[in-house]
Unconditional design. Structure first.
Length: 267
């Protein structure tokens, strides 16, 4: 299918992008990498009169650690995360997940900001952000921080207010004896998960788990935290029945927990 007609805007600054969103209101949509939005437009599952492309705005593409926090710019490509030594050595939960996101062509264009801000429960990184205790930084008339645990409101619905743009993801640097893992089941390369589980934990001095965060992908209308795992309600589709998906979520969570404990230095 062919998308409905729209006007394309490519602002040079974040302030210019915010002005465009304010001017066009509900008729405008932010475009980052476009790997989720463009297929929806093509299939006419969504339609907007104005697309505001933030992908080339300077200063939104970076991976750095500062004062005990990993900071990732919203327009950072998945491929850049995949190549990052910092991600690979210190944040293995992300290193597990990124090669499983879609395919290399998508990862070369798709951004982490687009992945987490889209509100799609089938995307991989929202559940990981829940497990990591991440915070999202949004810019509108002012800047504010939104915990990942309070960000997802419903299917394709988030805490971002009209006229706001997600600009940065902040993740607390893991303390000693920490480990993370992401386990995913999908039918083929490029497919969404049948089910997936993200685990980030820290071991205490006696080897017991001191802190754990668990997020589930495709287990309901939003990414699911483990505290609400009993309320998970996956939908039956061509990837499997509700019962099958729940069982796979259980199995994958167990696998991710075991790997995370091993990476933290436990048995």
């Amino acid at each position: 299918m062919i998308p409905a007609a729209f006007d394309y805007h490519r602002p040079d600054t974040l302030d210019e992008a915010l002005k465009l969103l304010k001017r066009h209101g509900d008729e405008a949509k932010v475009l980052s990498g476009g790997m989720s939005l463009l297929p929806m437009l093509k299939l006419r599952l969504a339609s907007f009169a104005h697309l505001v492309d933030i992908g080339r705005i300077p200063g939104l593409d970076y991976i750095k650690e500062e004062k005990g926090t990993l900071r990732i710019g919203a327009t950072t490509r998945q491929a850049a995360l995949e190549r990052s030594d910092l991600i690979r050595t210190k944040y293995p939960i992300l290193a597990d997940a990124i090669p499983l996101i879609a395919d290399p062509l998508v990862r070369n264009r798709g951004t982490i900001g687009g992945n987490v801000a889209n509100g799609d429960p089938g995307n991989d990184q929202p559940a990981i952000m829940l497990a990591l205790g991440a915070t999202f930084v949004a810019r509108g008339s002012k800047e504010r921080s939104i915990p990942a645990s309070q960000f997802y409101k419903g299917l394709y619905s988030t805490a971002l207010a009209p006229g706001e743009i997600l600009t940065e993801i902040r993740i607390p640097a893991p303390p000693p004896r920490s480990g993370g893992a992401y386990a995913k089941l999908k039918r083929k390369t490029g497919d969404f998960a049948v089910a997936a589980a993200a685990v980030q934990l820290t071991l205490g001095k006696n080897g017991a788990i001191e802190r754990a965060g668990i997020g589930l992908t495709n287990a309901g209308l939003t990414p699911v935290e483990a505290v609400d795992a009993a309320k998970s309600s996956p939908s039956a589709d061509r990837r499997g029945s509700v019962e099958y998906k729940k069982e796979m979520a259980r199995v994958l969570t167990t696998r991710a927990l075991r790997k995370a404990v091993q990476r933290a230095g436990g048995n």
